[in-house]
Ligand binder design. Structure first.
Ligand code: SF4
Length: 569
């Protein structure tokens, strides 16, 4: 039998001495703003991506300069909970070392963009001093653990958050390379220096990235089905009794390769709260041992499960967990978006969910969001919570502090309402910084929504919640295949249009039209939206409507995502 050729990234990880590579030497090299190709792979596991400003490529080439390199730094925020002190410190780091913007990601993390190489170490050190970190924020490991960001709704939210933190801690890499490279071996948050050993991941870590989220019904605000491993909290009489487990979700695919597809997690059972870490580790180890290490396009858990078989996977997990793995319990989701505005919690505290378009916290002529949030953070004693929809919750506001916060929201014009389509819009970073992007996303979606809004106002459906998601490539960072309207960049200014995902995040959409310009997107959507306004059933969601009216066939499984596409295309 011929030996399987491992992918290049596997070689890089194997030879890296637990993620060291030559990152340290690369940082010291002042001749270039980049690091070596091998280190660019490794540095992802430290939470950074090397990027280049593609808007400036031509000009720099003419001037015989290398591209303008910089780094994106992703900061893990388990469950999205950050103190206002941390917010202010991250805000200052963005001003000092990056472009003065904080990006709130679709996985409840912060991102700083535009950090040049010589400032990378000071930035990561500064982040660690806030008691947050960047280790494992990217790369072939478990990433930031998400949870429902609405703690006012029940007492079990705190327990679920604690379980998310336990997953975060137990699934973090143990390498000391991170401290060695970024912190000069100083242990900022306590503990003793250990010898290198990765008991969970081994020397080569996972075959591909791994994502975990916990949802608390009836909200699916973390898109739990889109994760390699999803947990659905189950409560009885107001008490948390455990978690249903979903396995094998993931959004990414590659155009033109039908063996790649988005897929939703399959329900495989239920565990008690005290077994959640064991269950997660068991699945991680199975993927570590069985995942495809020769072809990164087929390496996520979703493909491993489809290759080996769901029943085989379930039996392997059952063999390890024994009686800890029980049958899944009933549950029901109502939506996967956020509720905006003020809500009073069971604990008599107040919570304000703020819409942050594209997750971008910055100052513009129209909106001084960054300054506004600085002032709120300076005046607020509770936390800020990042949601899985790139929004922000001003959390734990005491009754007697609410008026003060409200005045600040008014002063900075943050208590505006938005149309149903805008408040349910998600976009990834894309151009100019993401090297994978074929087209714009976060810089463009707001203006496209302006045009769609104009039209839906004439139909009197501007209050209808419709999920619209856009990415600059098919990798799926803003989960476009769970948009009732999904737009995925295929070439500059042109998008594939997908329709028909469910509003609750448990059905993928389906390709409806390819390579559309803005004019064509609007022309294609207009008659469908008009039909929706006229003939929708009471309470019918747009994603369900387009299937009932046979604009698209329903995608019932990732494996049939590319099939059953309407011939009219
Ligand atoms: Fe970049 Fe593609 Fe992810 Fe958008 S979806 S951020 S273009 S990799």
């Amino acid at each position: 039998m011929s030996e399987i050729k491992l992918s290049e990234v596997e070689r890089i990880k194997t030879e890296s001495n637990y993620l060291r590579g030559t990152i340290k030497e690369g940082l010291a090299n002042q001749i270039t703003g980049s690091i070596s190709a091998d280190d660019q792979q490794l540095i992802k596991l430290h939470g950074a991506y090397q990027q280049q400003d593609r808007d400036l490529d031509d000009e720099r080439r003419k001037q015989k300069l290398e591209p303008l390199y910089s780094f994106l730094i992703r900061i893990r925020v388990p469950g999205g909970v950050a103190t206002t002190k941390q917010w202010l410190e991250i805000d200052k780091l963005a001003d000092t070392y990056g472009n003065p913007t904080i990006k709130l990601t679709t996985r409840q993390a912060f991102e700083l963009h535009g950090v040049v190489k010589r400032k990378l170490k000071a930035t990561i050190k500064g982040i660690n001093q806030t008691l947050l970190d960047t280790l494992a924020a990217c790369g072939d490991v478990n990433r930031n653990v998400m949870t429902s960001a609405n703690p006012w709704e029940s007492e079990i939210h705190q327990q679920v958050y604690n379980d998310a933190r336990a997953l975060h801690t137990n699934l973090s890499p143990q390498t000391t390379a991170y401290h060695e490279i970024w912190l000069n071996n100083e242990l900022v948050s306590g503990g003793e220096k250990q010898e290198d050993f990765e008991p969970l991941y081994g020397k080569t870590y996972l075959p591909r990235k791994f994502k975990i989220a916990i949802a608390i019904p009836p909200r699916n605000d973390v898109d739990v089905y889109a994760n390699d491993l999803g947990f659905i909290a189950i409560a009885e009489n107001g008490k948390l009794i455990g978690y249903n487990i979903l396995a094998g979700g993931g959004m990414g695919m590659t155009f033109g390769i039908e063996t790649t597809y988005p897929r939703l997690g399959d329900l495989i059972g239920f565990v008690k709260p005290e077994d959640i870490v064991d269950a997660a580790k068991t699945v991680v180890i199975w993927q570590r041992e069985n995942g495809n290490r020769s072809d990164r396009k087929n390496a996520r858990l979703k493909y491993t499960i489809d290759r080996i078989g769901l029943n085989e996977f379930k039996s392997a997990i059952k063999n390890e967990l024994g009686n800890k793995l029980e049958s899944a319990k009933p549950f029901h989701f109502q939506s996967n978006g956020d509720n905006y505005g003020w809500e009073k919690g069971f604990n008599n505290k107040w919570y304000f969910t703020l819409f942050v378009e594209g997750g971008k916290v910055k100052n513009t002529d129209k909106l001084q969001l960054k300054t506004a949030l600085q002032e709120i953070a300076q005046n607020h004693k509770g936390n800020f919570i990042l949601t899985g929809n790139q929004n922000l919750v001003i959390a734990d506001v005491d009754e007697n502090e609410k008026e003060k916060i409200n005045q600040l929201l008014e002063k900075w014009k943050l208590n505006k309402s938005f149309s149903g389509i805008r408040r349910n819009s998600l976009a990834c970073v894309a151009l100019p910084l993401c090297g994978m992007a074929f087209a714009e996303a976060e810089r463009y979606l707001p203006s496209l929504v302006d045009k769609i809004e104009e039209y839906i106002k004439t139909l009197n459906i501007e209050e209808e919640d419709i999920l619209i998601r856009m990415t600059g490539c098919p990798n799926g960072c803003a989960r476009p295949y769970l948009g009732e309207i999904g737009l995925v960049g295929k070439s500059p200014g042109k998008y594939n249009l997908y329709l028909g995902a469910s509003f609750t995040g448990d059905r993928l959409n389906k390709l409806y039209a390819e390579l559309l310009t803005e004019e064509e997107i609007i022309a294609v959507l207009k008659p469908i939206l008009a039909d929706y306004a006229l003939t929708k059933n009471y309470g019918e969601r747009f994603g369900d409507f387009v299937i009932r009216k046979e604009y698209v066939n329903a995608t019932t499984d990732g494996i049939n995502f590319h099939s059953n596409v309407k011939k009219s295309m």
